[in-house]
Design a protein around this ligand. Structure first.
Ligand code: ATP
Ligand code: MG
Length: 719
């Protein structure tokens, strides 16, 4: 393989960045200008031309998906495997370090990662044990506060309380929570990073080892690093290492999670001899799309500023569709996806992006009706679903019966007669003599500290876990999983549950066994079950079932960062939804929402749709939101508003349960029927909504446009 291959398809500035022999490099450029491409090619350049061993390279990306793609791309470019290279997210890399140096990091060997649900439960427990009123000290708020402190690198001892009564309570909660985590041998997400940083600070020999190893560090999406991550990077890099960071200040969208866009500015100061490269040509989007993005982001005040251009031509206008309600919006989205697919395009080249997870449900159900396969990234996390978490808890106990979080979670699921009081007693005993709940339960049974019924029930649970653990060595992973859902009675419990919900839980559990079948372990030294559980904790949400199937992609705007799709639909472009209503009174948050809009628009390569709804039922209530300011910021010349004709083109198969299907017979009117109204004149019925006295009808009137009327009082005349 020769050098020209690596430099092929790079413009001059990109080539400069790829081949730069400055010690440090900062690529600061707008969306779609090839930052990630530069990173990939620079790694290839180092390996191929500078003869650097992949073993000495550390690459950091924002998601596990991006990490996988990066490795693939470099391997393809070099036609060789890069096993020694570390590529991952900050969290993934930190986890890997802690696994290797658990002793120096003062962790038990088989420490477990807490997801945010489990974390919240522990904080609730702490709040209770400190005798604090959880109305006054909401655990969710404490959770957020503790995580923010960790993101800043602060331990309870580093926080100056200054006699502030609020702070002193928070610090107390933080301290007790920390003690509890240490006792249980569990660590939350923010802790992964902080612990890894402290490992280096406290163990110079470990740090020296990695400084010697990773002399080449490269980071993508640098604008979204937080304080701990930045310190981690600074600590790892030594006088003889080189660091490449690429980012875009306009795409900083994780301020709410502690990310510091200022790190871009600090970089030049902290890393001497940094060469700064700017890239200005966008290779991703048509000029209509790029111009729209530029028009939106232009309104932010604090920007480093840049000019992006494209030579991909104008392309199609951006389509704007104002639906009557969220169902009509979903219908429009799905129809357009369908025609995209019917034209021979891949489903996975189309993405629907939304601000809040809850928006996906309606779109999902429309996709299901039309039989369009789809995949949801983030949010509706498979591995965070209740039934899956229960099954995983059993698997954790098989691996390590002293895992208290798992123990507490499933000791009485399915119900086996172990009451709250018994669990409290076991927990209390465990705490008093500093042993695990498992050991405490065992001791209490032997010592006859429990009434016979509870003791029997508890003993049966312990036997069950013992029985399952006996097969740990003998059985393949998928059979271990099968055992945990069968022998525990979990699957039977959901089979007996009525309706679709139980059905979907059973399917999910079955899918878990499928996931185990497809799992490829990375090492031969650790039990496969342990590796699987670790991967699950790290990747929760990023992995979906049916990896190989061609499917339309659904995700939040946040999780779309760094990705690109020929067709993008941004749904729910309404005030209060996007920008999110929480952000509207804070200028900083509003700017972040605007950057999120910029991220969304710049994901699109050829076709972009904005959709919104005049009325929207979300979280159980109706909202009437005006169209988003981000849509209004796009000059008309780049956009085309799609209007429904005065005829109804709704396919008959699209009849969601409560709405249209029964409306005809019950109301005496039909879709598409011409009607008269005593004030608005003549019009056409476009939609029905709801049942009973609150049933509403959408009528497109010739004189006054579309109105939504209460059917019972509208007094419509058939014409
Ligand atoms: P984002 O800010 O969204 O992360 P980015 O700056 O990382 O974007 P890339 O994803 O690296 O941009 O590149 C955007 C698209 O442009 C990709 O499809 C990439 O392959 C293509 N591209 C980048 N540079 C060139 C080039 N010189 N010639 C042809 N295509 C290019
Ligand atoms: Mg990128």
């Amino acid at each position: 393989m020769d050098v020209t291959e690596i430099l092929k398809n790079l413009n001059e500035s990109q080539e400069q960045a790829v081949t730069s022999d400055n010690q440090h490099l900062l690529v600061l450029a707008g969306a779609g200008s090839g930052k990630t491409r530069v990173l990939v090619h620079r790694i290839a350049w180092k390996v191929q031309v500078e003869n650097i061993s992949p073993f000495g390279i550390l690459a950091v990306t924002f998601t596990n998906k991006a990490a996988g793609e990066m490795r693939d791309r470099i391997e393809t470019l070099l036609a060789q495997s890069l096993r020694g290279m570390w590529v991952g997210t900050f969290h993934g890399l930190a986890h890997r370090l802690l696994k290797m140096h658990w002793n120096d990091a003062k962790l038990p060997e088989n420490f477990q990662i807490l997801d945010s649900d489990d974390q919240l439960r522990l904080i609730k427990r702490v709040t209770k044990s400190l005798d604090l009123d959880d109305q006054k000290w909401p655990p969710r708020q404490s959770q957020w506060w503790i995580n923010s402190q960790k993101d800043e690198g602060l331990r309870p001892d580093n926080i100056r309380e200054d006699k502030d009564p609020y702070l002193s309570v928070m610090v107390k909660i933080y301290r007790s929570y920390e003690e509890l985590c240490n006792r249980l041998g569990v660590i939350d997400f923010a802790e992964l990073l902080l612990r890894a940083l402290e490992l280096w600070k406290n163990c110079p020999s470990v740090l020296a080892h990695y400084q010697n190893r990773f002399k080449h560090i490269l980071i993508d999406e640098f604008q979204d690093t937080n304080s701990v991550q930045y310190q981690w990077l600074k600590t790892l890099s030594s006088s003889f290492s080189d660091v490449t960071a690429v980012g875009d200040d306009d795409q900083s969208i994780y301020g709410w999670r502690g990310a510091k866009v200022e790190n871009i500015l600090s970089f030049e100061r902290d890393f001497k001899e940094t060469k700064v490269v700017k890239l200005e040509q966008n290779y991703r989007s048509t000029s209509n799309i790029l111009n729209a993005a530029n028009a939106v982001i232009k309104r932010n005040a604090d920007r480093l500023g840049k000019n992006l251009w494209t030579d991909l031509g104008e392309g199609e206008p951006i389509f704007l569709y104002s639906a009557f309600n969220e169902n009509d919006e979903a219908r429009y989205i799905v129809e357009n996806l369908k025609s995209w697919i019917d034209q021979g395009n891949n489903r996975q080249d189309a993405a629907v992006l939304y601000r809040s997870n809850a928006q996906s449900r309606v779109i999902e159900s429309a996709l299901l009706q039309f039989d369009i396969p789809y995949r949801v990234y983030g949010g509706q996390r498979f591995f965070e679903r209740l039934e899956i978490k229960n099954a995983l808890a059993y698997m954790r106990l098989i691996l390590n019966c002293h895992d208290d979080v798992a123990f507490e979670r499933v000791v009485n699921i399915p119900p086996r007669g172990i009451g709250e009081r018994t669990v409290d007693a076991v927990r209390e005993h465990a705490r008093n003599i500093s042993i695990s709940m498992w050991s405490a339960a065992k001791a209490m049974i032997v010592d006859k500290n429990l009434n016979t019924r509870s003791a029997n029930a508890l003993a049966a649970f312990l036997n069950l876990i013992n029985e399952m653990s006996n097969t740990l060595e003998a059985l393949p992973l998928s059979e271990l999983a099968e055992n945990s859902i069968e022998m525990s009675g979990l699957i039977e419990m959901h089979r007996r549950e009525k309706g679709e919900r139980g059905q979907s839980r059973v399917e999910n559990l079955e899918e878990l066994v499928g996931a185990c079948k497809n799992f490829t372990p990375e090492s031969i030294d650790t039990p496969v079950l342990a590796q699987f559980l670790d991967q699950v904790s790290l990747e929760a949400g990023e992995r979906q079932a049916n990896e190989d199937q061609d499917a339309v992609q659904l995700m939040t705007l946040h999780s779309a960062k760094g990705l690109e799709f020929p067709l993008v639909i941004m749904a729910g472009m309404e005030e209060n939804l996007f920008p999110h209503k929480m952000s509207q009174n804070e200028p900083g948050r509003l700017e972040e929402e605007r950057r999120l809009a910029y991220v969304g628009i710049t994901r699109a390569m050829q076709k972009l749709y904005f959709t919104c709804a005049e009325t929207r039922n979300l979280y159980g209530t109706d909202h009437f939101n005006p169209v988003s300011r981000f849509v209004r910021d796009v000059p008309k010349e780049f956009m085309k508003e799609v209007r429904l004709k005065n005829t109804v083109i709704r396919p008959t198969s699209f009849s969601t349960n409560s709405r249209i299907s029964d409306s005809g017979d019950l109301t005496g009117f039909e879709l598409g029927q011409r009607v008269g109204h005593h004030v608005y004149g003549e019009g056409v019925i476009l939609n029905f909504e709801g049942n009973g006295p609150r049933a509403r009808v959408h009528v497109s009137f010739e004189q006054v446009g579309t109105k939504i009327l209460i059917l019972a009082s509208a007094n419509l005349q058939s014409l």
